[in-house]
Design a binder for this molecule. Structure first.
Ligand code: C2E
Ligand code: MG
Ligand code: MG
Length: 690
């Protein structure tokens, strides 16, 4: 075979071919396909060292090898240099050829891979894009074929299922599936569902899976089709833990009170509805209790709402701890609670409310501050007091107001005649505001009597309201309402003015007497309070020593420094300060030492049990002792019997106040008593003074 023959034979080939001299490694012949591929004519290529065009490192290494190594040939993808300097991708094979002339040749054949390489590159780019898209997806994705072999998954899927890196690297599909099954909380149900899905391979499915550590995942299975044929499935996993939690929270909020976590009215009403329905079959009864905290407004006003909120949480826990599993406590709003007492008749209900009262007596502590919160409760029984929840609540509310009216801190059962006095709070508030303008308020005076001499040593100014429609309205009812609505500021200022004017009149008429005026927390907190008192004393020319201000212990819960300063300013003026209802509120007594307190008024609840109740005796004795040690006067409130008075004398209490002497009297009547010759010295100790 001559070289000429070879050329025509070579030209007939589709592949580009070089015939290379085995010794010189120069091209001795090439075909037209090679000329087209390399952009050089066959003549130009002839004699050219093969390494001029085959210059990749691999080619250089190959052609630089020994004759034997070259003779072994090579078959791989490479690039060759075109005549214009551009690279062209080829599948290149080198094989030895023993020619007839006895010389050694090498046949280098090349197949143009440009199109293929471009396609491959595009495919690679597409794949990379796809992977990046998968990895950036918020959902976890797993693709598997009909045999369940994992064909693709993204990083999010590994995250959601907490698949360890090791499993991902090993690509052990069965281990991955086993790991996934181990993650779900209900493995049986998970496997059962997968088996079900396998039975309907072409159906889409959506399930909620609960994984360990509280993760909730939504799984969507979509069949994958290739040319209309099922080829596998795409599983997508969405972490819906937060979404589920939000939904649950919304549900909770719809049925619970956000502050205390207690059921709200909606849930409560459902519970009672069920009880009413069941009752018609089995005829057991139940009780509804309306519970309202006493003077809670003061806590809120003096210590702020966030402190008030914590008090409400604490109180809610206390009340709840007194209930049975079958009962329900709900917060109606503010400081009002409703109780459902399951299968409770009057005796059971009474037992529960007594337990609540007892537990409320224990002092509370928040931020190192001790105080006590009491409550008033009204009880309505089903079915005798009402057929619907609305009716029962109304009756329990009426009963609760009766408790408030009678001095708070207690409970009462609904009695039908209560409705006669029933007045909505709104109506009462409206009437109260009108009463001041219509001069329906009056200030009455109750004497304070020395237990040693029987002489009148002072008088407490007590507000009275007589309404043409409502009759006499008790301060126990309207004062809390005035405090809640803020009207107490106007009302209190009016009382103070009346009292100061009256005291000045008595003084100028020759009977100087200390007048005690009750001041609510809200009034005391007014920035101009001291200024107002000073002005009033000056206008009526009353010596400050003849004015005493009665504050409850709750004032000690105030913003301590500001209140302390105000108390000192008043004391500096010469006005005395009395602590009213002593023993029922604040349990930290350090303030007695620190503040300019002149008088303690023992709450009437401790006087009631005298002389027999050991507990009351001990408390009164302790307060009297404390007063003596701290040089603070002590007044016993609510003394009604001579036995109580005698007990107080034995305990060396300084003064008393109570019906035993007289209830509060209108100013003119009080004046008549005061002005009666020798009244101050009249013997209240042998017989009632007044
Ligand atoms: P308080 O300041 O502790 O007044 C004593 C209460 O006990 C008065 O009730 C008085 O009438 C009553 N009382 C006096 N002696 C006896 C007795 O022997 N037995 C019984 N059971 N009760 C007796 P009242 O007048 O109904 O006032 C109730 C509360 O209303 C007062 O308690 C006081 O906290 C408040 N209050 C009355 N007037 C005013 C006022 O002008 N301003 C303010 N902020 N509060 C007032
Ligand atoms: Mg008082
Ligand atoms: Mg009192």
């Amino acid at each position: 075979m001559t070289l000429q023959v070879q050329k025509s034979w070579l030209d007939s080939l589709q592949e580009a071919v070089w015939l290379v001299d085995a010794k010189s490694l120069c091209i001795v012949q090439s075909n037209e396909a090679a000329a087209r591929l390399l952009g050089l004519s066959c003549d130009e290529m002839r004699g050219m060292p093969v390494l001029r065009l085959a210059v990749t490192p691999e080619d250089q290494a190959f052609w630089g090898g020994t004759t034997e190594e070259i003779a072994r040939g090579i078959d791989s993808y490479t690039h060759v240099l075109r005549g214009d300097g551009a690279w062209v991708a080829v599948a290149r094979r080198v094989a030895p050829l023993q020619a007839l002339d006895g010389r050694g040749y090498l046949v280098l054949s090349m197949l143009d891979r440009t199109v293929q390489e471009n396609t491959e590159r595009e495919l690679e780019a597409l794949l990379a894009e796809l992977r990046a898209t998968l990895d950036s997806a918020a959902e976890g994705i797993l693709v598997c074929d009909l045999q369940g072999r994992i064909r693709a998954f993204n990083r999010r899927m590994a995250q959601i299922w907490d698949i360890p890196e090791r499993l991902l690297v090993e690509r052990d599909d069965q281990a991955v599936y086993a790991h996934m099954a181990a993650q779900v909380t209900d493995k049986k149900a998970y496997k059962r569902r997968l088996a079900e899905l396998a039975k309907q391979p072409e159906a889409q499915a959506c399930d909620i899976l609960h994984l360990r550590h509280g993760v909730v995942v939504e799984r969507l299975v979509v069949p994958q089709l290739q040319r209309g044929e099922l080829s596998g499935w795409v599983y997508s996993y969405r972490d819906i833990t937060q979404q589920q939690a939000d939904r649950q929270r919304i549900q909770e909020l719809a049925y619970t009170d956000a502050l205390t976590g207690l059921p709200n009215y909606r849930q409560f009403a459902q519970r009672v509805d069920v009880a009413i329905q069941e009752a018609s079959e089995k005829a057991p009864c139940f009780a509804i209790v309306f519970l309202d905290l006493d003077r809670f407004k003061i806590v809120n006003d003096s210590l702020g709402h966030s402190f008030g909120d914590r008090v409400l949480q604490l109180v809610a826990e206390r009340i709840a701890s007194c209930l049975r599993q079958t009962d329900m406590l709900c917060r109606l709003g503010g400081d009002e609670f409703l109780l459902y007492l399951h299968e409770a008749d009057a005796a059971v209900a009474e037992g529960v409310v007594r337990r609540i009262l007892e537990s409320m007596l224990r002092p509370c502590e928040l931020d190192g501050m001790g105080f006590s919160v009491m409550c008033s409760m009204g009880i309505a029984l089903y079915p005798q007091d009402g057929a619907t929840l609305d009716e029962l609540i109304k009756q329990a509310d009426t009963a609760m107001y009766r408790v408030k009216d009678r001095g708070r801190g207690n409970y009462s059962f609904y009695q039908p005649q209560m409705n006669a006095h029933l007045l909505s709070r709104m109506k009462l508030e409206h009437a109260m505001r009108q009463a001041l303008a219509a001069q329906r308020f009056a200030v009455h005076y109750q004497p304070q009597v020395s237990l040693a001499t029987g002489g009148i040593t002072g008088a407490e100014a007590l507000l009275r309201w007589t309404d043409p429609e409502l009759g006499t309205v008790s301060p126990g009812l309207f004062i809390p309402l005035a405090e809640e609505s803020g009207f107490i500021i106007v009302l209190g200022a009016w009382v103070m003015e009346q009292a100061v004017r009256e005291a000045a009149k008595w003084m100028h008429a020759g009977h100087p007497l200390v007048i005690s005026v009750n001041v609510s927390t809200l009034e005391f907190r007014q920035p101009d309070f001291v200024e107002r008192v000073t002005r009033l004393l000056a206008v009526h020319q009353l010596p400050p020593a003849l004015l005493e201000i009665e504050l409850t212990e709750s004032i000690m819960l105030q913003d301590a420094l500001e209140m302390e300063e105000r108390l000192r300013e008043l004391a500096g003026l010469g006005v005395s300060l009395a602590i009213d209802d002593f023993g029922t509120g604040y349990s930290n007594l350090a303030y007695l030492k620190k503040l300019p307190i002149h008088k303690l008024k023992i709450d009437q609840s401790f006087i009631r049990g005298l002389p027999d109740d050991e507990g009351d005796l001990a408390i009164v004795r302790a307060i009297v002792g404390m007063g003596q040690a701290l040089h603070i006067e002590v007044v016993a409130e609510g003394v009604e019997t001579t036995a109580q008075r005698a007990a107080l004398q034995r305990l060396h209490c300084g003064h008393f106040q109570g019906f035993l002497c007289t209830p509060a009297l209108p100013a003119t009547e009080f004046w008549q008593k005061l002005a009666r010759p020798g009244a101050a010295m009249q013997d209240a100790l042998a017989d009632p003074l007044c």
